[in-house]
Design a protein around this ligand. Structure first.
Ligand code: ASP
Length: 329
């Protein structure tokens, strides 16, 4: 009798999880970095370029997910798009080290089996996120770094660049020429997805922080700090002052709060961003989606390039919102 009761309870719990999980077909959230966006508020032409880029990223993801495509492919495609767009601090347009070079970091994680891949400090790999994905799918390892990671990318047929200066833009060349004043450029990129199969995936790519010590590795390629995905909880991608995100293991921290403390994804994100990493300490933000399609986009800076698309079950409309400052449009 008691056994039947437990079986029934287990069945009802799993049914209620499935019912919840079916409320949305898919969700995709992107960020393009957090930081001080005050200058952009006065520069509508420049701001429009960011809106258009975020919109393109969402459309790229939507096209894949609407056909029932995997979240993994959506994350890879969206982050690769950002890496090719000079507006963002990833791939072309990445910020530079104190000795005027580009050292790129990226990571990807899928929540269904906790498989993950990352590269840190690559200098010649055109799309660091693709190299991170190859580490996940084609090696026994989670992270490769520096020249070894570039060599791995080359040997696995990924697109390479001849010269590290490929990643420079007129703007970063100015910084390299001077390397004096602090740069205001933000623009690490990230993407988290819940796909129609109920799988969560997260990915992040960055040039790191301006004038970083050569060899420095931030949170973005660190699984648990800048990126994490677990089908039992959430998928998370972070942006901001990496050292703080590493100390607070932000991405894993959020997943644990949701899973163990049963906090909503918004409560967990706000606790970490506004209480653990307050303004004085670590500046930045995160995007997250949970297994039921709820999202959070919290930041303690005055802006974060961000956007999401959501397709609800039984409703053909796609909900799409994009924001830079506090307001989403
Ligand atoms: N989190 C990145 C790093 O510390 C930088 C950023 O997101 O702006 O390398």
């Amino acid at each position: 009798m008691l056994r039947n009761y437990f079986l029934l309870a287990a069945l009802l719990t799993s049914l209620s999880i499935q019912v919840k999980a079916q409320k949305v077909d898919y969700v995709l959230v992107v960020h393009g970095g957090a930081g001080n966006m005050k200058d952009l508020e006065k520069d509508s032409i420049h701001a429009a370029a960011y809106y258009a880029a975020l919109d393109s990223a969402l459309e790229i993801g939507n096209e894949i997910l609407a056909k029932g495509g995997d979240g993994e492919l959506a994350v890879l495609s969206v982050v690769s798009y950002f890496e090719q767009n000079p507006l963002f601090n990833a791939g072309i347009g990445a910020t530079c080290t104190a000795d005027g070079q580009f050292e790129l970091d990226a990571s990807i994680m899928r929540g269904k089996d906790l498989m993950a891949g990352a590269v840190a400090g690559v200098k010649l790999t055109k799309h660091p996120i693709k190299a991170a994905h190859a580490v996940m799918t084609q090696t026994q390892h989670v992270m490769l770094s520096g020249a070894g990671a570039d060599r791995f990318a080359l040997e696995h047929g990924l697109e390479m660049v001849d010269d590290n200066m490929y990643f420079a833009t007129p703007k970063t060349m100015q910084w390299i020429d001077k390397l004096k004043q602090e740069s205001k450029k933000n623009g690490t990129v990230g993407c988290v997805v819940l796909d129609s199969k109920g799988n969560l995936t997260a990915g992040t790519s960055t040039g790191g922080m301006f004038k970083k010590q050569w060899g420095r590795i931030g949170d973005s390629p660190l699984i648990g700090a800048g990126t994490y995905a677990d089908n039992a909880s959430s998928a998370v991608s972070c942006t901001g002052h990496g050292e703080y995100f590493i100390r607070h293991i932000v991405a894993y921290n959020l997943c644990s709060r949701v899973k163990l403390l049963k906090e909503s994804i918004q409560e967990a994100a706000d606790h970490i961003i506004f209480e653990e990493l307050n303004e004085k300490e670590g500046n930045g933000g995160l995007i997250a989606v949970d297994r039921n399609g709820n999202i959070a986009m919290s930041f303690n800076s005055n802006g974060m390039f961000r956007g999401f698309i959501k397709k609800k079950t039984g409703n053909s409309n796609i909900i799409k919102k994009i924001g830079i400052g506090k307001v989403l449009k």
